[in-house]
Design a protein around this ligand. Structure first.
Ligand code: SF4
Length: 146
């Protein structure tokens, strides 16, 4: 059996999905995932592929070491989409729970986006005792088998 690739600190392959909903909070969730990917905290994963039951994408999502779901509001469409595919997100963030009111003005306030990003990092800190020690930061590069 092929050995799974891991980064040197063993906490590789953190992935993030978002609801990307048609509201300010849905778009804050989406922009937060973009920032997390840019900072190489987590790989941005296509949730629509999971919702569409694309076999390879569901398989790939199941292989993540740690899945983060960012939802705009308590309806939690992202987390539920994962759960329908029998994938339990290790971390669930709901943007409205950060004190941001939902509206249908599709505007992303950078300050609110940063709050969501920081919340994910905080939660990852709980899961990973020293996240700064990770040399890989969410990118699958290292391979113990090589
Ligand atoms: S979680 Fe809320 S904001 Fe996101 S898609 Fe669902 S209803 Fe819309």
């Amino acid at each position: 059996m092929e050995e799974k690739k891991k980064c040197l600190c063993g906490c590789s392959d953190v992935r993030v999905v978002t609801c990307s909903g048609a509201s300010n909070v849905g778009q804050i969730a989406n922009q937060a995932a973009i920032e997390l990917a840019r900072e190489k905290v987590a790989g941005f994963f296509c949730l629509a592929g999971v919702g569409a039951h694309i076999k390879g994408m569901v398989k790939s999502a199941k292989e993540a070491d740690l899945m983060v779901a960012i939802d705009g509001c308590p309806v939690q469409c992202a987390a539920k989409t994962l759960q329908h595919a029998e994938i339990e997100p290790a971390i669930q963030i709901v943007v409205t729970e950060l004190g941001i009111e939902k509206s249908h003005e599709i505007a992303v306030d950078k300050k609110y986006c940063s709050m969501a990003v920081e919340k994910v990092k905080e939660e990852l800190g709980y899961k990973r005792p020293d996240p700064t020690s990770c040399l890989n930061r969410g990118e699958k590069v290292y391979d113990y088998t090589e």
